[in-house]
Design a protein around this ligand. Structure first.
Ligand SMILES: NC(=O)c1ccc[n+]([C@@H]2O[C@H](COP(=O)([O-])OP(=O)(O)OC[C@H]3O[C@@H](n4cnc5c(N)ncnc54)[C@H](OP(=O)(O)O)[C@@H]3O)[C@@H](O)[C@H]2O)c1
Length: 408
């Protein structure tokens, strides 16, 4: 009989049940790689299993329950008992990562979490291992498949946000309560984890500013197409003036950006560093079998050589005011001088216009423009002033534009 490697499974839902099945399928191959045959030592759900018994019987714990409590307590107890832990839980790491990584270091065990960001896209490994020697300047990502599917559908079919969300729910890409996805909160947790690893500084979920996609209209997508732009929910983590900014918001991309062609429920992350220019990784960001595959990959890695998340060696300040380019959409009365007054308000704040489309519709007109990069606070001050002008028919709408393109 081969020697076994006992895996305790916390959670048996979408990911947990797919993981149990994959592990039993792949056990013979894993034995040829590691010399040990993995098997499930016990399963914990709300209705079955006992955590202490599972812990005592396991070499490694897989946490795919989700949520912060009691997952945090179970993971800490497993690490303190000298067991490796593999988790897919971004909320837990984005809020309590430092405590958990410290416990793993103290007890000389591994805490692996590839599936917590980007599903099966191996971004954690690439940032922690492959690019360990690179000085990463910026990480940009589409890290939520639900919102990417909704925005892709809106662009492809002209559907409203509500219609595309209903379609996502029908196809199983969005949950019955989609709030965590569409509000940007899920992506914010993933960007906090990526930023922590890429920049070697503690980053808590509370420090990530985020906006969702609930306010996006088909109009925005249609006008943007005229400028050659496509809309994505983009997470950005970047070094700015010796500090760090981590944020999630809808943003337009030009066609040459590596994330511009990522459509449907896919995830992708672009990592930029002077040494490597950029690397983009993409693939399925969720799904039971896909996520289970990333979890099992971590289990196999934990069975072979040790790796740990080192303590951060610095504490970078979080930068609040960043520079962005913007798309600005104004509903105005169709009268002479409107464009000049809008341009003057922008000019007063040092914001310059890159391109404009103006459409008359009887007594009303629509003024849509793309602006050059400017400090966000200055742009917002200009928008405030424009919003108060007497010819405005509704509140100005604006969305950030990512200007970078590669390989064009
Ligand atoms: N689904 C995906 O595509 C995906 C992708 C990437 C990462 N993840 C992450 O993977 C984790 C699991 O997601 P999932 O979609 O598999 O969730 P899920 O389908 O809701 O399953 C959760 C499982 O955990 C169990 N559980 C929850 N709270 C528990 C508690 N207090 N005590 C004991 N058992 C408890 C549930 O037990 P019951 O069956 O008794 O309710 C269920 O078996 C989450 O952290 C999620 O963010 C998921």
């Amino acid at each position: 009989m081969p020697e076994t490697y006992e895996v305790g499974l916390l959670g048996h839902g979408t990911v947990g049940s797919a993981f149990a099945e994959l592990l039993s399928d792949r056990a013979p191959q894993i034995e040829t790689i590691t010399g040990l045959r993995p098997r499930i030592s016990g399963v914990l759900t709300r209705s079955r299993g006992d955590f202490d018994e599972i812990l005592a019987a396991s070499d490694l714990i897989v946490e795919v329950m989700g949520g912060v409590d009691p997952a945090r307590d179970y993971v800490l107890r497993a690490l303190r008992a000298g067991k490796h832990v593999v988790t897919a839980n971004k909320q837990l790491l984005a809020q309590h990562g430092e405590e958990l990584w410290a416990a793993a270091r103290e007890h000389q065990v591994q805490l692996r979490f590839e599936a917590a960001v980007g599903g099966v896209v191996p971004v954690i490994r690439v940032v922690q291992e492959t690019l360990a020697a690179a000085h990463i300047d910026r990480v940009t990502g589409i890290v939520n498949g639900t919102t990417n599917f909704i925005l892709s559908e809106m662009a492809r079919t002209g559907q409203s946000y509500e219609e595309a969300l209903a379609e996502a729910q029908r196809l199983g890409y969005a949950e019955a309560d989609p709030t965590a996805d569409v509000s940007g909160a899920d992506a914010a947790a993933k960007m906090a984890i990526l930023a922590r690893l890429a920049f070697d500084t503690p980053v808590h979920l509370d420090q990530v500013v985020y906006e969702g996609i609930e306010q996006i209209t088909p109009d925005d997508l249609e006008y943007a197409r005229e400028f050659g732009l496509g809309l994505k929910l983009i997470g950005t983590a970047e070094r700015i003036d010796g500090g760090l900014s981590v944020r999630v918001h809808p943003a337009f991309l030009y066609g040459g950006h590596p994330l511009a062609s990522v459509n449907g429920p896919f995830n992708a992350v672009t990592i930029e560093s002077p040494a490597i220019t950029e690397i983009t990784l993409s693939g399925p960001g969720a799904g039971g079998p896909q996520t289970a595959s990333a979890v099992l990959g971590d289990v196999i890695s934990a069975m072979i050589p040790p790796a740990s998340t080192p303590e951060t060696s610095q504490s970078l300040p979080i930068v609040k005011d960043v520079e962005s380019a913007f798309y600005l959409h104004l509903e105005v009365d169709d009268e002479p001088g409107v464009l000049a007054r809008v341009a003057a308000a922008l000019g007063e704040q040092g914001v310059s216009v890159k391109s404009v489309v103006q459409k008359g519709m009887g007594a009303q007109a629509r003024l849509v423009m793309v602006l050059h990069r400017a400090p966000e606070q200055r742009f917002l001050a200009a928008v405030d002033q424009i919003g108060g002008l007497e010819f405005m028919r509704s509140r100005p709408r604006f969305i950030r534009v990512v200007e970078e393109e590669y390989g064009v």
